[in-house]
Ligand binder design. Sequence first.
Ligand SMILES: *Cc1c(COP(=O)(O)O)cnc(C)c1O
Length: 412
Amino acid sequence: MQVDKLALLGGEPVKTTPYGTGKRFGEEELKELAEALEQNTLFYHSGNKVKRFLREFNELYGAPYSVATSSGTAAIHVALGAAGVTVGDEVITSPITDQGTIIGILFQNAIPVFADLEPDTYNMDPRSIEARITERTKAIVVVHLAGNPADMEAIMAIARKRGVKVIEDCAQSYLAPYRGRYVGAWGDYGCFSTNDFKHMSTGDGGLVLVNSGDEADYRKTHSFADKNYQRLDSAVTRDIEGLAPNYRMTELQGAVGIAQLRKLPWICRTRQQYGDRITAGIAGLPGIVPRRVVEGAESSYWFYMLRLEEEKLGCTREQFSAALTAEGITNSGGYLLRPIYGSAMFQRRTAYAGSHFPFDLTGATYPPGLCPEAERILQTCVTMPLNEFYTEQDIDDIIAGIRKVALYYGRP
Ligand SMILES: *Cc1c(COP(=O)(O)O)cnc(C)c1O
Protein backbone atom coordinates (compact mmCIF):
# COMPACT_ATOMS: atom_id res chain seq x y z
CA MET A 1 0.00 0.00 0.00
CA GLN A 2 1.15 3.54 -0.77
CA VAL A 3 1.82 5.47 2.45
CA ASP A 4 2.65 9.16 2.60
CA LYS A 5 5.84 10.29 4.31
CA LEU A 6 5.10 11.67 7.76
CA ALA A 7 5.68 15.38 8.38
CA LEU A 8 7.65 14.20 11.42
CA LEU A 9 10.13 12.61 8.96
CA GLY A 10 10.24 15.55 6.55
CA GLY A 11 7.07 14.95 4.52
CA GLU A 12 4.34 17.49 3.73
CA PRO A 13 2.05 18.21 6.71
CA VAL A 14 -1.67 17.50 6.22
CA LYS A 15 -2.91 20.72 7.73
CA THR A 16 -1.84 23.90 6.00
CA THR A 17 -4.51 26.34 7.22
CA PRO A 18 -5.16 27.57 10.79
CA TYR A 19 -8.14 26.18 12.70
CA GLY A 20 -11.34 28.22 12.43
CA THR A 21 -12.05 30.62 15.28
CA GLY A 22 -14.93 32.93 16.13
CA LYS A 23 -16.41 35.31 18.66
CA ARG A 24 -18.49 33.70 21.41
CA PHE A 25 -19.88 36.97 22.75
CA GLY A 26 -21.39 39.90 20.89
CA GLU A 27 -24.21 42.44 20.74
CA GLU A 28 -26.70 39.92 22.15
CA GLU A 29 -24.77 39.57 25.42
CA LEU A 30 -24.15 43.34 25.61
CA LYS A 31 -27.85 44.11 25.29
CA GLU A 32 -28.76 41.70 28.10
CA LEU A 33 -25.95 43.06 30.31
CA ALA A 34 -27.09 46.65 29.76
CA GLU A 35 -30.64 45.67 30.74
CA ALA A 36 -29.33 43.93 33.86
CA LEU A 37 -27.55 47.11 34.96
CA GLU A 38 -30.62 49.21 34.17
CA GLN A 39 -32.54 47.16 36.75
CA ASN A 40 -30.48 48.92 39.43
CA THR A 41 -29.92 45.60 41.16
CA LEU A 42 -27.64 42.68 40.38
CA PHE A 43 -29.16 40.38 43.01
CA TYR A 44 -30.62 37.24 41.48
CA HIS A 45 -33.75 37.28 43.57
CA SER A 46 -34.62 40.93 42.92
CA GLY A 47 -33.83 41.10 39.19
CA ASN A 48 -35.22 39.21 36.21
CA LYS A 49 -32.15 37.96 34.36
CA VAL A 50 -31.28 34.85 36.40
CA LYS A 51 -34.99 34.00 36.63
CA ARG A 52 -35.40 34.27 32.88
CA PHE A 53 -32.20 32.30 32.21
CA LEU A 54 -33.56 29.46 34.36
CA ARG A 55 -37.03 29.61 32.80
CA GLU A 56 -35.58 29.29 29.31
CA PHE A 57 -33.22 26.52 30.38
CA ASN A 58 -36.18 24.64 31.89
CA GLU A 59 -38.11 24.99 28.63
CA LEU A 60 -35.18 23.63 26.64
CA TYR A 61 -34.95 20.62 28.95
CA GLY A 62 -38.64 20.13 29.70
CA ALA A 63 -37.73 20.43 33.37
CA PRO A 64 -40.07 21.68 36.10
CA TYR A 65 -37.55 23.52 38.30
CA SER A 66 -33.95 24.67 38.36
CA VAL A 67 -31.61 26.62 40.63
CA ALA A 68 -28.74 28.87 39.53
CA THR A 69 -25.31 28.59 41.15
CA SER A 70 -21.91 30.27 41.06
CA SER A 71 -20.16 27.32 39.35
CA GLY A 72 -20.58 23.74 38.20
CA THR A 73 -18.76 22.60 41.34
CA ALA A 74 -21.34 24.55 43.34
CA ALA A 75 -24.20 22.98 41.34
CA ILE A 76 -23.01 19.48 42.27
CA HIS A 77 -22.53 20.45 45.91
CA VAL A 78 -26.04 21.94 45.99
CA ALA A 79 -27.53 18.77 44.48
CA LEU A 80 -25.69 16.66 47.08
CA GLY A 81 -27.03 18.87 49.84
CA ALA A 82 -30.57 18.69 48.48
CA ALA A 83 -30.24 14.90 48.21
CA GLY A 84 -29.43 14.80 51.92
CA VAL A 85 -25.84 13.59 51.55
CA THR A 86 -24.16 13.98 54.93
CA VAL A 87 -21.31 12.89 57.23
CA GLY A 88 -20.14 9.35 56.58
CA ASP A 89 -22.29 8.67 53.52
CA GLU A 90 -20.68 7.14 50.45
CA VAL A 91 -21.13 8.69 47.02
CA ILE A 92 -20.22 6.68 43.93
CA THR A 93 -18.69 8.56 41.01
CA SER A 94 -16.26 8.41 38.09
CA PRO A 95 -12.45 8.36 38.40
CA ILE A 96 -12.06 10.31 35.14
CA THR A 97 -13.62 13.71 35.69
CA ASP A 98 -12.99 17.26 36.84
CA GLN A 99 -12.09 17.89 40.47
CA GLY A 100 -15.40 19.80 40.68
CA THR A 101 -17.26 16.48 40.74
CA ILE A 102 -15.51 15.52 43.99
CA ILE A 103 -15.35 18.78 45.93
CA GLY A 104 -18.97 18.85 47.12
CA ILE A 105 -18.83 15.22 48.21
CA LEU A 106 -15.92 15.94 50.54
CA PHE A 107 -17.36 19.25 51.78
CA GLN A 108 -20.46 17.27 52.84
CA ASN A 109 -17.99 15.05 54.71
CA ALA A 110 -19.06 12.11 52.57
CA ILE A 111 -16.66 9.57 51.10
CA PRO A 112 -16.08 9.33 47.34
CA VAL A 113 -16.22 5.76 46.00
CA PHE A 114 -15.03 5.25 42.44
CA ALA A 115 -16.78 2.97 39.97
CA ASP A 116 -14.82 1.63 37.02
CA LEU A 117 -15.54 2.73 33.47
CA GLU A 118 -16.63 0.99 30.29
CA PRO A 119 -13.61 0.51 27.99
CA ASP A 120 -15.37 1.96 24.95
CA THR A 121 -17.67 4.77 26.22
CA TYR A 122 -15.28 5.94 28.99
CA ASN A 123 -18.35 6.40 31.20
CA MET A 124 -19.29 4.59 34.44
CA ASP A 125 -20.02 0.89 34.03
CA PRO A 126 -23.44 0.12 35.57
CA ARG A 127 -22.13 -3.27 36.79
CA SER A 128 -19.26 -1.63 38.64
CA ILE A 129 -21.66 0.91 40.18
CA GLU A 130 -23.87 -1.89 41.45
CA ALA A 131 -20.92 -3.84 42.82
CA ARG A 132 -19.74 -0.81 44.83
CA ILE A 133 -23.08 0.05 46.45
CA THR A 134 -23.02 -0.57 50.23
CA GLU A 135 -25.29 0.19 53.18
CA ARG A 136 -23.65 3.61 53.32
CA THR A 137 -24.26 4.61 49.69
CA LYS A 138 -26.49 7.68 49.53
CA ALA A 139 -26.00 8.88 45.96
CA ILE A 140 -24.37 8.31 42.59
CA VAL A 141 -22.84 11.24 40.71
CA VAL A 142 -22.92 10.15 37.07
CA VAL A 143 -20.41 11.98 34.87
CA HIS A 144 -21.25 12.27 31.17
CA LEU A 145 -17.68 12.70 29.96
CA ALA A 146 -16.95 15.06 27.06
CA GLY A 147 -20.49 15.18 25.67
CA ASN A 148 -21.08 11.43 25.66
CA PRO A 149 -24.18 10.18 27.55
CA ALA A 150 -23.68 7.45 30.15
CA ASP A 151 -26.09 4.52 30.06
CA MET A 152 -28.80 6.18 32.16
CA GLU A 153 -31.51 3.52 31.85
CA ALA A 154 -29.27 0.88 33.38
CA ILE A 155 -27.97 3.28 36.04
CA MET A 156 -31.45 4.53 37.01
CA ALA A 157 -32.73 0.96 37.31
CA ILE A 158 -29.93 0.09 39.76
CA ALA A 159 -30.40 3.32 41.73
CA ARG A 160 -34.16 2.87 42.07
CA LYS A 161 -33.75 -0.76 43.09
CA ARG A 162 -31.19 0.14 45.76
CA GLY A 163 -32.85 3.38 46.92
CA VAL A 164 -30.00 5.78 46.13
CA LYS A 165 -30.24 9.24 44.58
CA VAL A 166 -28.79 10.05 41.16
CA ILE A 167 -27.04 13.33 40.39
CA GLU A 168 -25.95 13.86 36.79
CA ASP A 169 -22.78 15.86 36.14
CA CYS A 170 -23.51 17.36 32.70
CA ALA A 171 -20.80 20.03 32.85
CA GLN A 172 -19.31 18.62 29.63
CA SER A 173 -22.56 17.40 28.09
CA TYR A 174 -25.07 20.03 27.07
CA LEU A 175 -28.01 19.02 24.87
CA ALA A 176 -26.89 15.41 24.62
CA PRO A 177 -29.99 13.30 23.89
CA TYR A 178 -30.35 9.82 25.33
CA ARG A 179 -33.42 7.75 24.41
CA GLY A 180 -35.85 10.61 24.02
CA ARG A 181 -34.62 12.92 26.78
CA TYR A 182 -31.45 14.97 27.27
CA VAL A 183 -28.99 13.79 29.90
CA GLY A 184 -29.49 15.96 32.94
CA ALA A 185 -33.23 15.27 32.85
CA TRP A 186 -32.87 11.59 33.87
CA GLY A 187 -31.53 11.64 37.43
CA ASP A 188 -32.97 13.29 40.53
CA TYR A 189 -30.78 16.31 39.76
CA GLY A 190 -28.94 17.44 36.62
CA CYS A 191 -25.91 19.72 37.13
CA PHE A 192 -24.31 22.05 34.60
CA SER A 193 -21.33 24.41 34.51
CA THR A 194 -21.12 27.68 32.59
CA ASN A 195 -17.43 28.24 33.25
CA ASP A 196 -15.50 29.77 30.38
CA PHE A 197 -14.38 26.44 28.88
CA LYS A 198 -17.79 24.78 28.52
CA HIS A 199 -20.18 24.72 25.55
CA MET A 200 -21.68 27.98 26.86
CA SER A 201 -20.00 30.51 29.13
CA THR A 202 -21.09 33.09 31.68
CA GLY A 203 -17.51 33.50 32.88
CA ASP A 204 -18.31 31.24 35.80
CA GLY A 205 -21.64 29.81 36.86
CA GLY A 206 -23.79 26.73 36.89
CA LEU A 207 -27.24 25.37 37.50
CA VAL A 208 -29.13 22.41 38.90
CA LEU A 209 -32.23 20.89 37.32
CA VAL A 210 -34.59 19.54 39.97
CA ASN A 211 -36.27 16.74 38.06
CA SER A 212 -38.62 15.34 40.69
CA GLY A 213 -41.08 18.17 40.11
CA ASP A 214 -41.62 18.10 43.87
CA GLU A 215 -41.93 21.61 45.27
CA ALA A 216 -40.40 20.76 48.64
CA ASP A 217 -37.38 19.30 46.83
CA TYR A 218 -37.10 22.49 44.77
CA ARG A 219 -37.28 24.66 47.88
CA LYS A 220 -34.58 22.65 49.59
CA THR A 221 -32.32 22.91 46.54
CA HIS A 222 -32.99 26.64 46.21
CA SER A 223 -32.13 27.41 49.81
CA PHE A 224 -29.05 25.16 49.83
CA ALA A 225 -27.50 27.46 47.21
CA ASP A 226 -28.26 30.52 49.36
CA LYS A 227 -27.17 29.94 53.00
CA ASN A 228 -30.33 27.95 53.70
CA TYR A 229 -32.33 31.18 53.59
CA GLN A 230 -35.87 30.66 52.29
CA ARG A 231 -36.73 33.32 49.76
CA LEU A 232 -39.50 31.69 47.76
CA ASP A 233 -42.31 33.02 49.92
CA SER A 234 -43.28 36.68 49.95
CA ALA A 235 -40.87 37.47 52.81
CA VAL A 236 -37.46 35.89 53.30
CA THR A 237 -37.15 33.60 56.33
CA ARG A 238 -33.89 32.57 57.91
CA ASP A 239 -34.75 29.47 59.93
CA ILE A 240 -31.38 27.81 59.75
CA GLU A 241 -31.64 24.12 60.55
CA GLY A 242 -28.44 23.05 58.83
CA LEU A 243 -25.31 24.30 57.13
CA ALA A 244 -25.42 25.49 53.53
CA PRO A 245 -22.97 27.59 51.49
CA ASN A 246 -23.54 30.78 49.51
CA TYR A 247 -23.33 29.81 45.85
CA ARG A 248 -25.53 32.52 44.34
CA MET A 249 -25.37 33.56 40.70
CA THR A 250 -25.44 37.28 39.90
CA GLU A 251 -27.67 39.04 37.38
CA LEU A 252 -24.62 39.70 35.19
CA GLN A 253 -24.09 35.97 34.68
CA GLY A 254 -27.81 35.41 34.19
CA ALA A 255 -27.87 38.10 31.50
CA VAL A 256 -24.98 36.56 29.57
CA GLY A 257 -26.56 33.14 30.06
CA ILE A 258 -29.79 34.22 28.33
CA ALA A 259 -27.86 35.26 25.22
CA GLN A 260 -25.57 32.21 25.29
CA LEU A 261 -28.51 29.84 25.64
CA ARG A 262 -29.88 31.00 22.28
CA LYS A 263 -26.61 29.92 20.64
CA LEU A 264 -26.43 26.60 22.46
CA PRO A 265 -28.48 24.46 20.03
CA TRP A 266 -26.24 25.51 17.13
CA ILE A 267 -23.09 24.98 19.19
CA CYS A 268 -24.12 21.46 20.23
CA ARG A 269 -25.46 20.46 16.80
CA THR A 270 -22.26 21.57 15.09
CA ARG A 271 -20.04 19.73 17.56
CA GLN A 272 -22.19 16.62 17.26
CA GLN A 273 -21.92 16.58 13.47
CA TYR A 274 -18.19 17.25 13.54
CA GLY A 275 -17.48 14.58 16.14
CA ASP A 276 -19.58 11.94 14.42
CA ARG A 277 -17.88 12.74 11.12
CA ILE A 278 -14.45 12.16 12.63
CA THR A 279 -15.62 8.83 14.10
CA ALA A 280 -16.95 7.72 10.70
CA GLY A 281 -13.83 8.98 8.92
CA ILE A 282 -11.38 7.01 11.07
CA ALA A 283 -13.38 3.77 11.28
CA GLY A 284 -11.44 0.57 10.56
CA LEU A 285 -7.93 2.01 10.86
CA PRO A 286 -5.31 -0.30 12.40
CA GLY A 287 -4.90 0.30 16.13
CA ILE A 288 -7.39 3.20 16.29
CA VAL A 289 -10.49 2.66 18.45
CA PRO A 290 -13.00 5.51 18.26
CA ARG A 291 -15.21 6.15 21.26
CA ARG A 292 -18.59 4.41 21.36
CA VAL A 293 -21.82 6.37 21.81
CA VAL A 294 -24.53 4.18 23.39
CA GLU A 295 -27.51 3.18 21.29
CA GLY A 296 -30.25 5.80 21.20
CA ALA A 297 -27.89 8.60 22.26
CA GLU A 298 -25.91 11.42 20.63
CA SER A 299 -22.72 13.06 21.88
CA SER A 300 -22.29 16.84 21.87
CA TYR A 301 -18.48 16.37 21.96
CA TRP A 302 -16.90 18.77 24.41
CA PHE A 303 -13.66 17.42 22.97
CA TYR A 304 -12.78 14.39 20.85
CA MET A 305 -11.30 11.30 22.48
CA LEU A 306 -10.14 7.95 21.12
CA ARG A 307 -7.99 5.02 22.26
CA LEU A 308 -4.95 3.41 20.65
CA GLU A 309 -4.00 -0.26 20.52
CA GLU A 310 -0.25 0.21 20.40
CA GLU A 311 0.63 -3.34 19.26
CA LYS A 312 -1.72 -3.13 16.26
CA LEU A 313 -0.71 0.43 15.55
CA GLY A 314 3.00 -0.35 15.58
CA CYS A 315 4.06 2.73 17.56
CA THR A 316 3.71 4.17 21.04
CA ARG A 317 1.14 6.76 22.02
CA GLU A 318 3.90 9.35 22.34
CA GLN A 319 5.09 8.63 18.77
CA PHE A 320 1.53 8.75 17.45
CA SER A 321 0.79 12.02 19.21
CA ALA A 322 4.04 13.65 18.07
CA ALA A 323 3.46 12.51 14.47
CA LEU A 324 -0.08 13.92 14.53
CA THR A 325 1.19 17.21 15.95
CA ALA A 326 3.77 17.41 13.15
CA GLU A 327 0.89 16.99 10.65
CA GLY A 328 -0.60 20.17 12.13
CA ILE A 329 -3.34 18.40 14.12
CA THR A 330 -3.66 19.70 17.69
CA ASN A 331 -3.83 16.77 20.08
CA SER A 332 -2.67 15.48 23.41
CA GLY A 333 -1.38 11.98 24.16
CA GLY A 334 -3.55 11.55 27.27
CA TYR A 335 -6.17 13.39 29.30
CA LEU A 336 -5.76 13.45 33.10
CA LEU A 337 -2.28 12.45 34.26
CA ARG A 338 -3.88 9.95 36.64
CA PRO A 339 -7.36 9.00 37.81
CA ILE A 340 -8.91 11.39 40.36
CA TYR A 341 -8.03 8.98 43.18
CA GLY A 342 -4.33 9.08 42.16
CA SER A 343 -3.92 12.61 43.57
CA ALA A 344 -2.01 13.22 46.81
CA MET A 345 -5.28 14.13 48.55
CA PHE A 346 -6.65 10.62 48.04
CA GLN A 347 -3.35 8.82 48.41
CA ARG A 348 -2.56 10.53 51.75
CA ARG A 349 -6.26 10.91 52.62
CA THR A 350 -5.87 14.56 53.51
CA ALA A 351 -8.93 16.53 52.42
CA TYR A 352 -8.59 18.72 55.52
CA ALA A 353 -5.18 19.81 56.79
CA GLY A 354 -3.87 17.70 59.63
CA SER A 355 -6.81 15.26 59.45
CA HIS A 356 -7.88 12.06 57.68
CA PHE A 357 -11.54 12.97 58.08
CA PRO A 358 -13.88 11.92 56.52
CA PHE A 359 -11.92 9.01 54.98
CA ASP A 360 -11.25 7.55 58.44
CA LEU A 361 -14.99 7.13 59.03
CA THR A 362 -14.98 4.11 56.71
CA GLY A 363 -11.27 3.37 56.41
CA ALA A 364 -11.49 4.06 52.67
CA THR A 365 -8.26 3.64 50.68
CA TYR A 366 -7.52 4.26 47.03
CA PRO A 367 -4.79 1.85 45.88
CA PRO A 368 -3.52 1.67 42.29
CA GLY A 369 -5.64 -0.77 40.30
CA LEU A 370 -8.85 0.38 42.03
CA CYS A 371 -10.42 1.05 38.61
CA PRO A 372 -8.24 -0.87 36.13
CA GLU A 373 -10.22 0.04 33.02
CA ALA A 374 -10.11 3.76 33.86
CA GLU A 375 -6.36 3.50 34.36
CA ARG A 376 -5.96 1.76 30.98
CA ILE A 377 -8.11 4.41 29.27
CA LEU A 378 -5.78 7.12 30.58
CA GLN A 379 -2.72 5.16 29.41
CA THR A 380 -4.02 4.69 25.86
CA CYS A 381 -6.23 7.68 25.03
CA VAL A 382 -5.58 10.58 22.70
CA THR A 383 -7.66 13.76 22.96
CA MET A 384 -8.28 16.52 20.46
CA PRO A 385 -10.03 19.83 20.98
CA LEU A 386 -13.24 20.27 18.99
CA ASN A 387 -14.98 23.57 18.49
CA GLU A 388 -18.10 24.90 16.80
CA PHE A 389 -15.96 27.49 15.01
CA TYR A 390 -13.87 24.82 13.30
CA THR A 391 -14.51 24.62 9.57
CA GLU A 392 -15.47 21.59 7.48
CA GLN A 393 -11.88 21.73 6.21
CA ASP A 394 -10.56 21.43 9.77
CA ILE A 395 -12.59 18.25 10.26
CA ASP A 396 -11.37 16.82 6.95
CA ASP A 397 -7.80 17.63 8.02
CA ILE A 398 -8.22 15.93 11.41
CA ILE A 399 -9.51 12.80 9.68
CA ALA A 400 -6.76 12.89 7.04
CA GLY A 401 -4.10 13.42 9.71
CA ILE A 402 -5.20 10.47 11.83
CA ARG A 403 -5.53 8.27 8.72
CA LYS A 404 -2.07 9.19 7.49
CA VAL A 405 -0.31 8.51 10.80
CA ALA A 406 -2.25 5.29 11.52
CA LEU A 407 -1.65 3.91 8.04
CA TYR A 408 2.03 4.81 8.18
CA TYR A 409 2.77 3.04 11.46
CA GLY A 410 0.08 0.36 11.04
CA ARG A 411 1.16 -0.74 7.54
CA PRO A 412 1.81 -4.48 7.35
C1 LIG B 1 -16.05 21.82 34.51
C2 LIG B 1 -16.51 20.62 35.24
C3 LIG B 1 -16.99 20.68 36.56
C4 LIG B 1 -16.89 21.90 37.42
O1 LIG B 1 -17.43 23.06 36.89
P1 LIG B 1 -16.86 24.51 37.39
O2 LIG B 1 -17.85 25.45 36.82
O3 LIG B 1 -15.49 24.63 36.83
O4 LIG B 1 -16.88 24.47 38.87
C5 LIG B 1 -17.51 19.53 37.11
N1 LIG B 1 -17.54 18.38 36.44
C6 LIG B 1 -17.07 18.26 35.19
C7 LIG B 1 -17.16 16.96 34.49
C8 LIG B 1 -16.51 19.39 34.55
O5 LIG B 1 -16.02 19.26 33.31
